[in-house]
Design a protein around this ligand. Structure first.
Ligand code: C2O
Ligand code: CU
Length: 488
């Protein structure tokens, strides 16, 4: 097991457009195997975008058309979803809109329903209706949305969890003028941090308790992992417990929880027992109206928090550890910052960040409830359902109107990070209380805790068509905890 804080924090390379035309950037992305060194001295085979993990970081602009041509050079089908993207339905990475391996003839790799043994999580042929497959898929993102930190990841029906675990995830930043104008730290002091836990075999390969490690036939994990798969190595940007050397200035850190199932309660610890604050400036959907100082940050899978840390309050030489107080043992540590030099800083965090459109509930708004729960007893295969139903491509759970705002209530029997495609929301209540500080801002994912009801106001903007909401615990997602909604 690697010693913590020995590896420098890697920053994923920038994605570069293959060509640029007036008004649009065209990228090419290969999904392929790559050999990377995650544990010192070991090789890990990843399934990565361009063969790396995390994939290259996209930096795009609000309203600028971004077209990503994806070629699948893996041995399994894939689907790519831009998480947090306001995306037309045909580019949303719907789980059955597959990108087939280029080496397989279309139709040959439908692995699917028919091939899965009875009792597999796959709900049979019905779940596969509407399946559209291609060998190369072009995702077209017009990005009619505010500056925000999004991410892209695999979303293949029944197999998202093992395929993301093996590396199919990357960061996608949208910028805009409002964000550019702020005097926040920028350049190499604006850093994405993708947090993800993983486990490894002795030879360096990823360890994952899949029923079928080839991801070609039987989906799902062993029953013992019903609640989700946790790793025993903490990675940040693909490196175990890394260290970042910083100057005594402010840094903007874009935190993403890209873990399958792990939740974080983040805190900063100095060697003398102090806990410097995070200054939160943004959430899933971009900037907050005003910054907030927080001693701890709660992050469920798929959530993002945009924070500034001010290292000028500490002498050069100070080491500050980012810890996860929700974990034990060595998983309590995440990464470390080491202040190694003095530098001039003309950044600051202004008291007003963004013109922010706060929603308020009205009685005229349609109300819908979604209950996230485990079902099945004894004989029956256990699965995770929404309103008692496992996912099916042909069922529609809700049909909100384009341009409307609705009140959605999420209840649960467990921790379920609930995510909506397309639509962003604001959290208005959590278990009869006012929301938590980390619920602030525009969100696309909210952690619904056991026996709690979370109410959100959702704005359906952008496009009509079929989208989904689901639990972003990726094992739950693969075990059918997804639902369709049609924007009409
Ligand atoms: Cu990040 Cu439907 O997922
Ligand atoms: Cu869940």
């Amino acid at each position: 097991m690697p010693e913590p804080f020995r590896v420098p924090l890697p920053v994923p390379p920038a994605a570069r457009p293959a060509r640029t035309e007036a008004g649009a950037d065209f990228y090419e992305l290969d999904q392929r195997e790559g050999q990377v060194e995650i544990l010192p001295g070991r090789k890990t085979t990843v399934w990565g975008y361009n063969g790396i993990f995390p994939g290259p970081t996209f930096t795009t602009r609000s309203g600028r058309r971004t077209v990503v041509g994806v070629r699948n050079m893996l041995t399994v089908p894939t689907a790519m979803h831009l998480h947090g993207g306001v995306t037309p339905p045909q580019s949303d990475g719907y789980p059955t809109d597959l990108v087939l391996p280029t080496r397989c003839a279309p139709g040959q790799n439908r692995y699917d329903a028919a091939a899965a043994p009875p009792g597999a999580h796959s709900m049979g042929a019905e779940r596969m209706q509407g399946d559209t497959t291609t060998a190369v898929r072009t995702y077209d993102y017009p990005l009619p949305q505010r500056a925000a930190t999004l991410w892209y990841h695999d979303h293949r029906m029944d197999f998202s969890a093992p395929q993301v675990w093996r590396g199919l995830a990357g960061i996608f930043i949208v910028r805009d003028e409002e964000d550019d104008r702020l005097p926040l730290p920028g350049g190499d002091r604006d850093i994405p941090l993708m947090l993800a836990d993983r486990s490894f075999e002795a030879d360096g390969s990823f360890r994952y308790p899949a029923l079928d490690p080839t991801c070609t036939r039987r989906p799902g994990v062993e029953d013992a992992y019903m609640d989700g798969v946790l790793g025993d190595v903490q990675l940040v940007n693909g490196a175990p417990w890394p260290e970042l050397e910083v100057s005594n200035t402010r840094y903007r850190l874009r935190l993403l929880n890209a873990s399958n199932a792990r939740r974080y309660q983040l805190r900063l610890d100095t060697e003398d027992g102090a806990h410097p604050p995070f200054i939160q400036i943004g959430s899933d959907g971009g900037l907050l109206a005003a910054p907030q100082r927080l001693a701890t940050l709660a992050m469920a899978p798929a959530e993002r928090l945009d924070v500034v840390i001010d290292f000028s309050e500490h002498p050069v030489g100070t080491r500050i550890t980012l810890v996860n107080t929700a974990a034990d043992g060595r998983m309590r540590q995440v990464m470390r910052f080491h202040i190694v030099r003095a530098e001039k800083d003309d950044s600051r965090v202004p008291a007003r960040l963004s013109a922010f459109d706060k929603l308020t509930a009205t009685r005229a708004m349609p109300v819908r409830s979604f209950d996230f729960r485990r079902t099945g007893d004894g004989e029956e295969r256990q699965m995770w359902t929404i309103n008692g139903k496992p996912f099916s491509t042909s069922k529609v759970w809700a049909a909100p109107r384009l341009g409307s705002v609705e009140r959605w209530r999420f209840s649960s029997d467990f921790h379920h990070p609930v995510h909506l495609h397309l639509a962003q929301f604001q959290v208005v209540a959590r278990g009869n209380r006012t929301p938590d500080p980390c619920d602030a801002g525009w969100k696309d994912t909210v952690d619904v805790r056991p026996y709690e009801v979370v109410e959100v106001l959702v704005r359906f903007d952008g496009y009509r068509g079929r989208y989904m909401l689901h639990c972003h615990n990726l094992e739950h997602e693969d075990m059918a905890m997804m639902a369709n909604f049609d924007v009409v």
